[in-house]
Write a protein that binds this ligand. Sequence first.
Ligand code: MN
Length: 214
Amino acid sequence: MFNLPNLPYLHDVLEPYIDEETMHVHHDGHHAAYVKNLNDALAGHDEFLNMEVEELLKNLDRVPEEIRTKVKNNAGGHYHHSIWWPMLAPADENGAREATGELLQQIEKDYGGFAAFREKFDQAASTLFGSGWVWLVWDRDHLAIASTANQDSPLSQGFYPVLGLDVWEHAYYLKYKNKRADWIFAFWNVVNWQEVARRLNRAKEGGLNGTDSH
Ligand code: MN
């Protein structure tokens, strides 16, 4: 049985970059629906209902074929939003607008600098066609930028997500309408770099970068 996690902050704290109404629709509406639909799809399949959602996404090939697509979509939706809310923080807290420390060093190693990294990430986010996510992932021994369609998960492809950006229209349309570039620009104001650094450490130390899946 999967459960909707509470937001780690109030719905209005990411204003003006992410508006309160969008946070209600996105968390209380869309995320809640992914959780409900995942539990519905797996009703009677206790083996999968008792898994961590990460394990489920790494083992989609074990899920019965007739429910696999529904499980993939809703497990992905549940997991991605669950890790995404903590990746965001109010603009006035956590000071730095850029990565620092070991995370910054890794970005510099793999991209030549933060600005170059951000340019590539922005490019991926602005050119992703339709609904999906753009990710900074840990790929065994380096960072990589990856795009996934719909709620397909980098975890299922063997990559550990360190930072993500939701470019589904439900993430931004109420406030930014069709101006995805404005949404991407706003996002950088509310990234919780401490959480991103924590996730990178977890990927490096925990063996959770997905090399055990395929
Ligand atoms: Mn979303």
